[in-house]
Design a protein around this ligand. Structure first.
Ligand code: PEP
Ligand code: MN
Length: 365
């Protein structure tokens, strides 16, 4: 099991990384920090992109190393630790030289093992904390690979940021959360700190709270959120930014932090009781699945003897319709019933297929 040292130490949850999408001008960076401080907002790390990966050319691509001076001013004047995104070795050298507290690897960099390796090599010999965003495509291995490349050069203070995954077509999210992927990553690396970049998942102001709260409900350690003193005029990601005061009022003050385990023994006992009931139901459910598959095999035998095809469209449509009708009043969503039935049907077909193939194999011998 790999051991990670925490990127954030002695902090209360949720860990909060806040700041503008991009550093635009010295005034805008300082004003963001000033408004965060003035609103008494807990800032565990102040963010601002100075090298900006943009999807289309001819948009604002960041102010470059000049912005590092502004970030350092934020640290000096407000006491916030500072972070920025690095995507190649020059960025990494500049960020280390400027003594930024933490660096992050963006989603468009994590997708490319060459770039990740280049950054890792540039960081060898430092012990700078690194936060790694998920790759844009939903590929857990690629995300794990980036973490391993950092570990391989001797870095230990590594954390991750879930920023959602690119999708084709319309959705309420700019990047779809697919929560099972970060949760699976957490299963692989249980002691890694994990934060959720709700701004890039939501892509708008309305869903920032809901996405942030979902992350805390799933036991994430913290959140990254973009904030800007005049969000409508932001040079990048205007639609998802809000002022520090708005961020406090509409998101931060409303967040409920949940704990993995309740302190109260009664709560703990009741939870265990409910969980054991669930375990029992799961066991019975799988026993029933198994009984159903055995029946499917019997039918397979019967079909084989009588030369009937495995798949009969009429029968399948009938099962689907009948179960949809029965499941609706049980409070089960159509999407769920559809998925379960399809999985069951697929398994039945493959079991019947085996029964039939047994016959074919005899013929082929
Ligand atoms: C950002 O944080 O501003 C950014 C570019 O994010 P991502 O790499 O998640 O797109
Ligand atoms: Mn952004």
């Amino acid at each position: 099991m790999m051991k990670f040292k925490p990127v954030f130490e002695n902090v209360t949850r949720p860990i909060q990384i806040l700041g503008p999408c991009s550093a635009e001008t010295e005034e805008q960076v300082m004003e963001t920090a000033r408004q965060l401080a003035e609103n008494d907002i807990k800032v565990d790390l102040f963010r601002a992109g100075i090298w900006k990966p943009r999807t289309r050319p001819n948009s604002f691509e960041g102010v470059g190393p000049e912005g590092l001076k502004w970030l350092k001013r934020v640290r000096d004047e407000f006491g916030f630790k500072i972070t920025t995104e690095v995507a190649n070795k020059e960025h990494a050298f500049e960020a280390v030289k400027a003594n930024v507290d933490v660096i992050w690897i963006g989603a468009r960099t994590t997708v490319n093992p060459f770039s990740v390796q280049e950054v890792a090599d540039a960081l060898r010999g430092t012990d700078i904390p690194v936060l790694i965003k998920n790759p844009i495509n939903p590929d857990l291995q690629l995300w794990m690979g980036a973490i391993e490349r950092m570990l391989n050069v001797g870095l230990t203070r590594i954390g991750v940021i879930h920023r959602g995954f690119s999708k084709f077509g319309k959705s309420v999210y700019r990047n779809s959360p697919q929560w099972q992927i970060p949760l699976e990553l957490k299963r692989e690396f249980p002691d890694i700190q994990i934060l959720c970049d709700a701004s890039h998942i939501a892509g708008n102001r309305e869903n920032l709270y809901q996405v942030s709260q979902s992350a805390l409900n799933l036991n994430f350690d913290g959140i990254m959120l973009e904030t800007h003193p005049t969000p409508d005029d932001a040079w990048s990601d205007a639609a998802q930014q809000v002022t520090p005061a708005e961020l406090k009022r509409t998101v931060l003050d409303r967040l409920i932090v949940r704990h993995e385990k309740g302190d109260d023994p009664v709560v703990q006992h009741n939870l265990e009781d409910l969980r054991s009931q669930i375990d029992l139901i799961d066991k019975e459910m799988f026993q029933l699945f198994s009984d159903r598959m055995n029946l499917a095999e019997k039918i397979g035998e019967y079909k084989k003897q009588n030369n009937i095809t495995i798949y009969q469209q009429g029968r399948w449509s009938e099962i689907l319709e009948r179960m949809m009708e029965k499941a609706a009043p049980m409070g089960l969503s159509a999407g769920f019933v559809d998925k379960v039935l399809k999985a069951v049907h697929e398994e039945s077909i493959s079991r019947q297929e085996k029964v039939m193939q047994g016959h074919n194999e005899d013929v082929l011998k």
